[in-house]
Design a protein around this ligand. Structure first.
Ligand code: AQP
Length: 360
């Protein structure tokens, strides 16, 4: 290092998370992500939430559908309780620093690390030669999303754990390679009873946007009748509910419905079992359907209201992007300076703030 002795920075606690605008926003996204984002708004940390449209195009998207899904996702954030006055909401492509930093991280991450990513293996299946290079590089872009804000906390569902470990590896390698302590070692926040909501048709598979069966998930846009029908037809076993949570082991479908009930009711699986022990699913499912409709119908109604005038959503995304850029641009400039790019910062409007000049 040629720039003198640096002191170890203390990073301002900051939350970042993203969701792909690929349609079919579902109960898993709500309980594993959106609801938790909204609940944590009072934690006092600056929070930044992103509609990750550049991630979405790692598999081909119809452009009109992508535009619609991006606005609908923003509506979903707001309808779930995210307040654009308190959290930064924006879409990724409006902040070019994500893609720029991702290139740097493509040069830091190792092929072997990427080849171990189970989500890539799941999504590519036997088709590895024919999927996009972007799908393979997805985790480097995700690391850039997070580290462009020096985010310290990333709330996600269980399925993203491996990508967050890779983000930490990239930050550690960058810091070691350049002899700096510039990027924070991010903490994954994977908490609660609904970090892995399972398919309603198969308790061994996670609820997912891309499952071909619409009956496998509850979409946030489903009406009350559809929600009730999907819960009524959810796969279960013939046994009644046990009298302790231990009795749910080896009963993945029953455990999933109990966990969903607990998460929707802001309760615990223990309390749900205490209230419903011994019940047949013919009794438990209608209670769960009533609860799901009571919680989700206002979200669905608010999403449709917001989607009637998308200019309001576009304005929120634009303002959020400006706020996001004001944080990300100086961090990218400093990254470029660290790695030896000449003229870093000349094309970037915001000044490098003193906060990121900690070793000079
Ligand atoms: N089933 C789930 N349970 C709990 N959390 C979940 N998340 C996704 N599925 C579940 C969390 O939702 C956030 C946004 O996910 P995403 O859309 O960016 O990622 P994804 O994993 O691609 O979503 P899907 O529905 O699983 O899409 P496909 O079908 O394309 O794989 C993340 O925090 C994620 O953990």
């Amino acid at each position: 290092m040629t720039e003198g002795v640096h002191t170890s920075p203390t990073f301002t606690p900051r939350v970042f998370s993203g969701i792909q605008p690929t349609g079919n926003l579902h109960l898993g996204n709500y309980l594993g992500a959106l609801k938790r984002f909204a609940d944590s708004q009072n934690d006092g940390m600056q929070s930044i939430y992103c509609m990750v449209d550049l991630h979405a195009i790692t598999t081909w998207q119809d452009p009109a559908d992508l535009r619609h899904a991006t606005r609908e996702l923003c509506a979903g954030f707001i309808a779930s309780g995210l307040d654009p006055e308190r959290s930064i909401l924006f879409n990724q492509s409006q902040v070019p620093e994500h893609a720029q930093l991702a290139w740097v991280f493509n040069c830091v991450a190792r092929m072997g690390w990427m080849q171990r990513m189970t989500q890539f293996k799941d999504k590519a299946g036997k088709n590895t030669q024919n999927v996009s290079l972007g799908l393979f590089g997805y985790p480097a872009l995700m690391a850039a999303d997070i580290l462009a804000y020096h985010a310290t906390h990333v709330p996600v569902g269980e399925d993203q754990k491996q990508h967050l470990e890779l983000t930490r590896d990239i930050a550690i390698k960058f810091n070691n390679d350049y002899g700096v302590e510039f990027f924070p070692i991010t903490e994954p926040v994977i908490e609660g009873v609904a970090t892995r909501v399972m398919s309603l048709r198969d308790g061994a598979k996670k609820m997912s946007k891309s499952d071909p069966s619409d009956m496998s998930r509850i979409n946030l846009t489903d009406d009350a009748d559809t929600i009730a029908k999907k819960i009524r037809k959810a796969k279960t076993d013939p046994e009644p509910l046990p009298d302790s949570v231990e009795g749910l082991e080896d009963r993945p479908e029953a455990r999933n419905l109990v966990n969903i009930y607990a998460a929707l009711a802001d309760s615990t699986p223990e309390a749900v079992i205490a209230d419903h022990a011994g019940q047949q699913f013919g009794t438990f499912k209608p209670s769960l359907a009533d609860l799901a409709v009571a919680k989700l119908a206002p979200i669905s109604a608010e999403m449709s209201r917001l989607m009637q005038d998308t200019s309001e959503i576009d304005a929120i995304l634009r303002r959020g992007a400006e706020q996001a850029r004001a944080i990300a641009a100086p961090i990218l400039v400093r990254t470029y300076e660290i790695i030896g790019m000449v003229g870093a910062g000349h094309n970037h409007a915001p000044e490098v703030s003193d906060e990121y000049r900690f070793w000079e």
